[in-house]
Design a protein around this ligand. Structure first.
Ligand code: GZL
Length: 311
């Protein structure tokens, strides 16, 4: 009797028995793996049947996955779009099928009516925080910077570059001398950093700005193999706040990271439940918070906390 008397809240009721398709980019970084872990946990908590598709960082695989979800008649789609362009067609198809799409951690260059909302950090601001940290760290010193960009054409690569440039503009002592994509991966971060060291000479590189921690961790390996001290000879600032970045900062091998929460799905699924329950329209952008970590923080403790969270 009690069970039947305890009615589900409208939100929870709306989430029950939903089938949702999730087109994930891949597992190119520790952060991406954590986002996948958290998304599956958040769906499980809500009794949602999550159909998961890993695109191995290929847009054509994501578009195929979306078409498959549409054919299955899912209730909604979560999409982490690997690049910002080329989505209008398949998003139109989802709209025609009356299937709401929510963007996770990256945005798309498409009309806003083609997606319900985008749950992302302020990617430009992250770049500005990274740049400002280096402005403060290297005040008065001539500092030649190398930059490891994220995946070409992705909104984080575009926006984090823009933000960093905003912050260092007007500080003539700071100059980006090399900038190339490392595709957000450790392996490419190492390979591209090796080419920077070879081209510039390690003694001529003052700092590395990497659009994510995984490329920075790869670069740290290359810097060590070149006989230099990462974090000292070459200052390193990156973004994500993965456990290995906090460990590197604790060990003095990296200097700063800007934490990106892997929980984009929680806010996304809450917005979706409200929309399904009574048509509540969420804002087109649900912003997650970012936070700077430096050697002044207890990075060893943060590492211990985060290392079990699916990174
Ligand atoms: C940023 C996200 C990025 C992470 C990387 O919102 O899209 O993608 O910073 C990941 O680790 O590859």
């Amino acid at each position: 009797l009690l069970a039947s008397a305890v009615a589900l809240s409208p939100l929870a009721a709306a989430a029950q028995d939903m089938t949702i398709g999730f087109s994930q980019i891949g597992s190119e970084s520790g952060w991406r793996a954590a986002e996948t872990t958290v998304t599956k946990q958040e769906a499980e908590k809500r009794g949602i049947d999550l159909k998961f598709a890993d695109a191995q960082q290929k847009q054509e695989n994501q578009i195929s996955a979306l078409r498959s979800f549409i054919a299955q008649g899912v209730d909604a789609i979560l999409l982490a779009p690997v690049v910002a362009t080329g989505w209008d067609g398949v998003l139109e198809e989802a709209k025609d099928a009356d299937i709401p799409v929510i963007l996770l951690d990256r945005t798309v260059d498409a009309p806003e009516d083609l997606y319900l909302t985008a749950v992302t950090s302020d990617l430009v601001h992250e770049g500005e925080v990274a740049g400002q940290w280096l402005v403060d760290e290297e005040a008065g010193n001539d500092c030649r910077i190398v930059e490891l960009q994220g995946t070409t054409g992705s909104s984080p690569a575009i926006d984090r570059k823009k933000g960093f440039e905003n912050a260092i503009a007007g500080h003539d002592n700071l100059e980006i001398v090399r900038s190339q994509t490392g595709d957000f991966t450790r392996s490419q971060g190492k390979v591209v950093m090796e080419s920077f060291l070879k081209a510039e000479g390690g003694e001529n590189i003052c700092a590395l700005y990497a659009h994510n921690d995984d490329m920075a961790v790869g670069a740290i390996q290359a810097i060590k193999e070149a006989g230099l001290k990462p974090g000292e000879d070459i200052k390193i600032v990156a973004i994500d706040g993965v456990p290995d970045a906090h460990l590197a900062i604790a060990n003095g091998e990296m200097n700063a990271t800007i934490e990106l929460t892997p929980d984009m799905a929680g806010p996304a699924l809450d917005a979706l439940a409200a929309y399904k329950a009574d048509g509540t329209m969420p804002p087109k952008w649900i912003q997650t918070e970012s936070r700077l970590y430096t050697a002044a923080d207890d990075n060893q403790a943060v590492y211990e906390t985060k290392k079990g969270l699916g990174y």
